[in-house]
Design a binder for this molecule. Structure first.
Ligand SMILES: [Zn+2]
Length: 117
């Protein structure tokens, strides 16, 4: 492991609940489906675990999944989904609602109750 570089984000961003490291810009939020995971197009300051096949799909096509970890405190914050299918290559990131703070959210406040999916 080399020196740890953290990327600072300008503007509103979502951050790690444990160490407040910036993880994703608010403008990169794709959607907030009801439930526990929010979907982003880009994230920063995360490292990825083993690539594994996943039964979930990206845009209706098979994809692989990698766990995503905060680079600073190493807590798991979500997953990366990736598809190299020729018709819809791409990727997206799911961050766990319970592991991140919204822009301006107080880290000392308890998380909101989970919503029914
Ligand atoms: Zn962290």
């Amino acid at each position: 492991m080399g020196r740890l570089f953290l990327i600072d984000l300008e503007g509103d961003y979502y951050s790690c609940k444990h160490c407040q490291t910036p993880l994703a810009l608010a403008q990169h939020l794709i959607s907030r489906p009801p439930g526990f995971h929010w979907i982003f197009s880009e994230v920063v300051n995360v490292s990825f675990g083993e690539r594994e096949e996943d039964l979930m799909v990206l845009e209706g096509l098979p994809s692989t999944r990698m766990d995503a970890f905060c680079v600073k405190c190493e807590s798991k914050v979500g997953w990366k989904f990736e598809s190299d299918h020729v018709e819809a290559p791409g990727y997206r990131f799911n961050l766990e609602r319970s592991k991140i703070l919204e822009p301006g959210e107080d880290p000392n406040m308890p998380p909101p109750p989970p919503q029914d999916a």
